[in-house]
Design a protein around this ligand. Structure first.
Ligand code: GDP
Ligand code: MN
Length: 398
C-alpha cells in the first residue's frame, strides 16, 4: 500500500528522522495559512509547494515549485491544486492533484554547500535480508544513475534478526563522503530511518533527496513509503492512510467485495477460482488469440454473490469483448456456480458480450446442463481446450 509524502514524513518524524517540515492544504486559503504558520514555527521565509500524488518525478512534471512570499504561495498553490499532473510514473493521463504540501525551503545558503543524497531501505528477497541502497548522486532519477554510474550505487545488507549495526551506519555515512558534524548527523539519520522501516513492517522507504543543509543538518526532503498490506493488522492506524483517489476504481470496488482483481489492457475478461488457475486461464486466452482484460480470483468459496460482483466489475471495463469463467469445483460444486452465473446474468440484464463458462470437478455435467438450458447467451465447455476454441470463435465474431 502506497502512502503520500506528507504521511511518510509524519511516520519518519515519529522515529526521530529529521524531515523538511510542511503543512498540507486542500485550498489556496489553507495554503496561505499553512505558509504563515510554517514561518511562525520554523522561521522560514521561502516555501516549496509540493503536489501530493502517489507518483515520483513530480518536480520534473511541474508539481514541485518554490514560492518566495505569500503572493507567490497563492499563485503557485492555485496552479498546482486541481492540475492534472503528468510524471514519468503516472502514465500519459496523469493524476489530478487534490492536496498540496506547503513545506519550508531547506536549500538556504550558508557556511557549506548543500548536497543531495539518495537513501532507500527495502527487502532483498534473494538474500532474505533488508538492504540499504545509497549513493552520493541524489536528487535525480535513481534508474538513470544505475544505468550511467552503477559503481556509484552502494548497498549495505542487514540481517533482520540482528538489525542495523553501528559500524554499518558509520560505513554508510563515510561512503557518502561525510565528515565532522554532517557525518554524525548521517549516522543518526540512517539509524532512525532503518528503525522506522523495521518497526512499521514496511516494504520500502525511499528518501530522494536526503539533504545535507548548508549548516550540516541531514534531513529527508522527500519520502516514498510502501507499507506492507499483509502487516496492516499489526498497524491498525495505518489503514486510515489509504487514499482511494490514487487507486484504480475497479480495483477498489473489487477489494470491497473481497475479490483479488488486477486490471489489465486486453479484451477477454476472466473470472476464475484460485490464483494458479487464473494464471493458466490467462495463458489459454493468449493462446487462443485474445489478451486478458484482467486477473480475477474469486477465491475458493465462489457463490452467486461473488460471481455477480465479479461480473459487474468485468463488465465495467469497456475493452471487454468476451468473458471466460473457469471454475474448478473442488470446495464449491459446479451446479451451484452455474446457478450463480445464471442468477447473476438475469439480475444484471443487458449483458452485451458472449460468456463462456468452463466448469470442471464436482457435478460438472449438471453445471453444464444448467448453463445450456438457461436460454442465455452463455456457452458451456468442460475441457479447457474446448473453452479456448470457444473464445477463439466469439472473438472472430466480435
Ligand atoms: P519528486 O520530484 O516527486 O521526487 O519530488 P521531490 O520531493 O524529490 O522534489 C523534487 C525536487 O525539488 C528536489 O529534488 C529538489 O531539488 C527540489 N526541492 C525540494 N525541496 C526544496 C526546497 O526546500 N528548496 C528548493 N530550492 N528546492 C527544493
Ligand atoms: Mn524525490
Amino acid at each position: 500500500m502506497n502512502i503520500h509524502e506528507y504521511q511518510g514524513k509524519e511516520i519518519l518524524k515519529k522515529y526521530g528522522v529529521r524531515v523538511q517540515e510542511g503543512i498540507t492544504a486542500d485550498t489556496v486559503e489553507e495554503a496561505v495559512a499553512a505558509a504563515e504558520k510554517l514561518t511562525a514555527d520554523t522561521g522560514t521565509s521561502w516555501y516549496v509547494i509540493k503536489a501530493q500524488i502517489h507518483a515520483g518525478g513530480r518536480g520534473k512534471g511541474g508539481g514541485v515549485k518554490l514560492a518566495k512570499n505569500l503572493d507567490q504561495v497563492k499563485e503557485v498553490a492555485g496552479n498546482i491544486l486541481g492540475m492534472q499532473l503528468i510524471t514519468k510514473q503516472t502514465g500519459p493521463e496523469g493524476r489530478k492533484v487534490h492536496k498540496i504540501l506547503v513545506a519550508q525551503d531547506v536549500y538556504y545558503p550558508g557556511e557549506t554547500p548543500t548536497k543531495e543524497f539518495y537513501i532507500s531501505v527495502l527487502l532483498d528477497r534473494t538474500s532474505g535480508k533488508n538492504v540499504i541502497i545509497y549513493t552520493t548522486e541524489g536528487g535525480m532519477d535513481i534508474e538513470e544513475v544505475a544505468e550511467s554510474h552503477p559503481e556509484k550505487i552502494l548497498k549495505e545488507f542487514i540481517d533482520p534478526a540482528v538489525g542495523l549495526q553501528g559500524f554499518q551506519a558509520r560505513k554508510i555515512a563515510f561512503g557518502l563522503g561525510l565528515t565532522g558534524e554532517a557525518n554524525k548527523e548521517m549516522v543518526k539519520f540512517v539509524t532512525a530511518l532503518y528503525k522506522a522501516y523495521d518497526e512499521t513492517d514496511s516494504s520500502m522507504f525511499e528518501i530522494n533527496p536526503v539533504l545535507k543543509t548548508s549548516d550540516n543538518k541531514i534531513l529527508a526532503v522527500d519520502a516514498k513509503v510502501t507499507l506492507d498490506e499483509n502487516a496492516l493488522y499489526r498497524h491498525k492506524d495505518f489503514v486510515a492512510l489509504r487514499d482511494l483517489n490514487e487507486e484504480d476504481p475497479l480495483e477498489v470496488e473489487a477489494s470491497a467485495s473481497n475479490l483479488n482483481y488486477v486490471k489489465l489492457d486486453g479484451n477477454v475478461g476472466c473470472m476464475v477460482n484460485g490464483a494458479g488457475l487464473a494464471m493458466a486461464t490467462m495463458d489459454i486466452i493468449k493462446l487462443s488469440g485474445g489478451e486478458p482484460a484482467n486477473f480475477l480470483d474469486v477465491g475458493g468459496g465462489a457463490n452467486a454473490q461473488t460471481v455477480e460482483a465479479g461480473f459487474r466489475i468485468i463488465l465495467k471495463d469497456p475493452n471487454v469483448k468476451a468473458i471466460l469463467i473457469n471454475i474448478f469445483g473442488g470446495i464449491v460444486r459446479c451446479d451451484r456456480v452455474a446457478n450463480g452465473v445464471v442468477e447473476a446474468y438475469k439480475k444484471i440484464g443487458d449483458i452485451r458480450v458472449p460468456i463462456i463458462v468452463r466448469l470442471q470437478g464436482t457435478n460438472a455435467e449438471e453445471g453444464a446442463r444448467i448453463i445450456d438450458e438457461s436460454g442465455l447467451k452463455v456457452k458451456s465447455a468442460t475441457l479447457l481446450k474446448d473453452a479456448a476454441a470457444r473464445v477463439k470463435e466469439v472473438l472472430a465474431e466480435a
